[in-house]
Ligand binder design. Sequence first.
Ligand code: UD1
Length: 421
Amino acid sequence: MDKLAIIGGRPLYGELPISGAKNSALKVMVATLLSDQPLVLDNVPMLADIKQLTALLEQHGASIEREGARLTLHTPEVVSTTAPYELVRKMRASFNVLGPLLARMGEAKVSLPGGCAIGARPVDLHLKALEAMGAKIELEEGYVIASAKGGLKGAEVTFPFISVGATEHAMLAATLAKGQTVLKNAAREPEIIDLAECLNAMGAKVEDAGTSTIVITGVDRLDGGTHAVVPDRIEAGSYALAVGATGGELLLSHARLELLGAAKDSFEQAGIHMVQEEGGIRVTKDFDRPKPVNVVTQAYPGFPTDLQAQFMAVMAIADGVSTMKETIFENRYMHAPELARMGCDIHIDGQLATVRGKAVLKGAPVMATDLRASMSLIIAGLVAEGQTLVSRLYHLDRGFEKLDQKLHGVGALVERVKEDD
Ligand code: UD1
């Protein structure tokens, strides 16, 4: 197990490439189960989560080949409709094989998912959507056993609250259902639009993705297709926040500013400026300390929960007091006690975090607790005095491609060391 050693205090300068979005790539890869023709995906990041899903899809009968950032997936035949616990437990996105298996094969047995330890994260909305489409669902010993003998049927599904995972899952399943499916109160994340574009490239009829009502007209079969995964807005936002902490100037190549939604305004208020250029987003920061900004995490286009931990690291050096309210997950402040080890002054009360900015943070040994939390510790480490040693780096390897190389390339003093070194 690796650690990341960081010597803080260096501003970041240069060009840093932004990869394809993990959260999008995982969902579009699953679409291979809907067709017996090859699906070619470009801009797929090389990450532990992608490898994990590759193993699961291969187990279902997919052959998957990688050439650089291009992944070619082909599932001429589904050889197993069971997704075992060992392959599903590590990552929540794996659960989304259920709908496609059900749509193509009329049956599926899928283990209940795992993922980051950031709250209860149930899948009831996923199951209700599939039931509305005619699936029979039973739960047995940690597995969902689903069947739809005559195939899935189009249905109107109104989500009681916004769920990205359930919206994507219902979209995947509805592409092959008989008739029309209408998803109301659907999530509007850029990753939803990306999935719709991929499915449509395969011959599906998905309309109005990106709005809160998505209409899917089922087709008899899906073809192959080619699709490029959208750039990762969370990775881009994270490196922009790193500049917010250390200063300097970065060109986040390939990144698209419009994908950042409300986060852009919060960054601007903090003194982090982002401008869209032809090659990507240019990030600069005001000379003085960041200004305190209050944020509330919300579904897109609100401030993303996946940037909350990283924003907290920047607020920890802000010139004043800021608050963060986490409304998506109930246990997503695990980075706060670790940041406190570096001198951050953070008080947590339920959903609310109050951060009193300090002029100086001190490097310390800290432990990553989940994927985005790891990045928050790294941002704090980049601005802290002395050395920070971030352990449990495997969390980070799930979702940030070549992080140490990318940071090294823009002047950060970072080094990956073996856990027992
Ligand atoms: C969520 C985030 C997404 C982020 C991802 C990884 C939102 C709306 N979603 O997506 O941006 O990239 O985590 O960190 O910000 N829920 C249920 N029942 C369900 C499904 C979800 O109660 O069947 C709850 C979840 O526990 C959570 C909320 O709904 O409190 C939103 O969850 P959802 O959007 O589905 O989670 P992810 O798809 O993991």
